[in-house]
Design a protein around this ligand. Structure first.
Ligand SMILES: Cc1cc2nc3c(=O)[nH]c(=O)nc-3n(C[C@H](O)[C@H](O)[C@H](O)COP(=O)(O)O)c2cc1C
Length: 384
């Protein structure tokens, strides 16, 4: 079958065939793998969309290695996503010991006493095993400026910032011939990011996986298109197939940023059990919680959420809360207590019935969207 044509201005801006980006997705709380690893980036970029590496959990050096690996595997453009909340950017890069790697069980002693003791008490009460995970110093989250510098030196085609405003690095990125994208969950932040000189803004609705705000996609996207103009907007939050893509184009977005659907692909970085969670989930099976990062994020409901809500503890600031949640997740994972584990995931999980190769997801999304836009599907509306 001949390849379909489905182009927007985004395709010209980024040098890609289809206006579909796989979202930058950071690491799982357990294990080393990022949600959007090299394999996913390469598969999506090779399929004509753009893959974006989730680099939030890497050390700066590991991120550079991954960028070079991508360049070896594909000549197509790709993106790299970091988390740049203003607190970490303003605080500056934190000192670290090169190659420093410490047991998670030691690092969590730096948490407030209330939180540390809560972990120990839960471990004892539930008979959970010792933690074996280690924590590597020098991550992109604690060294945001070094991470940005490497992305610029590597001339990453699209730099993406999942939290905060990347405005501070736009000039340098543009000098290196790069494009910059920022993500927001309400019109106030969409406007702030758009005015800071970025090339693209993503507006993510409440239903999206990972960090997410209070406004639903269908209400947010058109308002965000208007307020971001003339900066073009991409839609995120709840897009799982060609129908979602068409909806985004219909409100004036020039492309889509898709997380959960690609996480649950063959190349997606979720643990196999987490991919099963997504396939099994219905539309009502996710919850928004402060548990994982100290900011509101959406994940598949699991009993760790109940424990957190009953604890009466206050969420710690990002990224301290990530350490706290990582300790809990590590113990439940080692105990194989599946009912206490669930991945970041959006409400679109209910639509996902199969783990497919990422290239197939791109092709099917394009095919379905092109069919709808050329009115080849049965129409439920009469139009003249
Ligand atoms: C497992 C997972 C991890 C995520 N990690 C990040 C991240 O590190 N940086 C970021 O910008 N967004 C992150 N997100 C949000 C996605 O980039 C994207 O905005 C969101 O998944 C879109 O909504 P959808 O899941 O409905 O497609 C994550 C999402 C998921 C599902």
């Amino acid at each position: 079958m001949a390849k379909r044509v489905l182009r927007t201005k985004l395709c010209d801006m980024l040098g890609i065939d289809y206006p579909i980006l796989s979202a930058g997705m950071g690491p799982s709380l357990v294990g080393e793998k990022t949600g959007a690893p090299v394999e996913l980036v390469v598969a999506v970029s090779e399929a004509g969309g753009m893959g974006v590496l989730g680099a939030a959990g890497f050390t700066v050096e590991a991120m550079q290695e991954k960028i070079r690996e991508i360049k070896k595997l594909t000549g197509k453009p790709f993106g790299v996503d970091l988390l740049l909340p203003s607190q970490t950017v303003e605080a500056g890069d934190q000192p670290f010991k090169e190659g420093g790697e410490y047991p998670l069980s030691e690092i969590i002693k730096s948490l407030p006493k209330t939180h540390y003791e809560f972990i120990l008490k839960l471990k004892e009460e539930m008979g959970l095993p010792d933690m074996q995970a280690t924590y590597k110093e020098g991550s992109t989250v604690t060294r945001p400026h070094a991470a940005v510098k490497v992305c610029i030196e590597e001339r990453v085609p699209l730099f993406c910032s999942g939290l905060g405003n990347p405005g501070f690095m736009v000039e340098d990125a543009h000098r290196a011939g790069m494009k910059v994208l920022g993500i927001a969950g309400n019109t106030k932040n969409v406007a702030r990011i758009a005015r800071s000189g970025v090339d693209l803004v993503v507006a993510q609705g409440h239903e999206g996986g990972g960090h997410t705000g209070r406004v639903g996609s269908m209400a947010l996207w058109p308002q965000a298109v208007d307020i971001a103009a003339p900066t073009p907007l991409l839609a995120a939050g709840g897009i799982g197939d060609g129908r979602g893509l068409v909806a985004a184009l219909a409100v004036g977005c020039i492309g889509v940023w898709v997380g959960t659907r690609f996480l649950a692909s063959e190349e997606g970085g979720a643990l196999p059990i987490h991919k099963e969670n997504i396939v099994a989930a219905t539309d009502e099976d996710t919850r928004r919680t402060y548990l994982y990062t100290g900011k509101t994020s959406r994940a598949i409901y699991n009993q760790m959420h109940d424990i957190w809500e009953r604890s009466g503890l206050k969420a710690l600031p990002f990224p301290q809360q990530v350490l706290f949640a990582s300790a809990l997740a590590e113990m439940f994972n080692r105990a194989e207590k599946k009912e206490f584990m669930g991945p970041f995931s959006g409400q679109i999980s209910g639509l996902i019935k199969e783990i497919k190769p990422a290239a197939q997801i791109v092709a099917e999304m394009v095919e379905e969207a092109a069919d709808i836009l050329t009115r080849k599907l049965p129409q439920t509306v009469e139009v003249k």
